[in-house]
Design a protein around this ligand. Sequence first.
Ligand code: CA
Length: 237
Amino acid sequence: MNPVHILLVEDEPNIARGLIFNLEEEGFRVSHVESGEEALEAIGTHPFALVVLDRMLPGIDGLEVCRRLRRSDGRLPILFLTARGEEAERVEGLLAGADDYLTKPFSLEEFLLRVKGILRRSEWYRPEQGREERITFGANSIDLQEQIARTPQGEIALTDLEVRMLRTFFHHEGEVLSRAELLSAVWGVSPDTETRTLDNFIVRMRKYFETDPAAPVHFLTVRGRGYRFVKKGAYAP
Ligand code: CA
């Protein structure tokens, strides 16, 4: 099996050296660039499994790299590195499409945990070869590849986040997914953040796809445990 290929975008040589050494020790293959321009070029030419992206870079900065990358590829995971105490930057990074972030200085142990966590999650929601990307339930038919849902209310263009949430539900049909699992699979954030966002998303799914959003039969709340998607409709025979 080929080693997992990671792109490291970091202009501080000492930090880069430490990260490369430890990633390679763990069996990853690492390509290292020092500017946003080089990062975009490398991403355009190699299929990476993960980008570790420093916020402060000469030229095009990390945030802009993140935004451009997201426009061309919704799935390539990004671990964003920010300077200490810059809360706004961390949020900016997540809004720009990063999957997770680390604040400098961080321990190498923490870094490797985050890297492995992101890779595990991206594996979890990535569509597998030949996996069904169209699904029909109730009166709805959804094409995840095309990001289109056909419902009795008409056609809905799905956002990337909606597609990620639906894909997660469909691939785990009938299973209870905890809030933590959904948050990390769909948003790539730790479970203590953005919990309202998750609930709002479920409300939206029900509005789109349930005949009676107040009495859902597909997107079910499992009290105290999380949510469950049922294709057949919970009350269907
Ligand atoms: Ca830097």
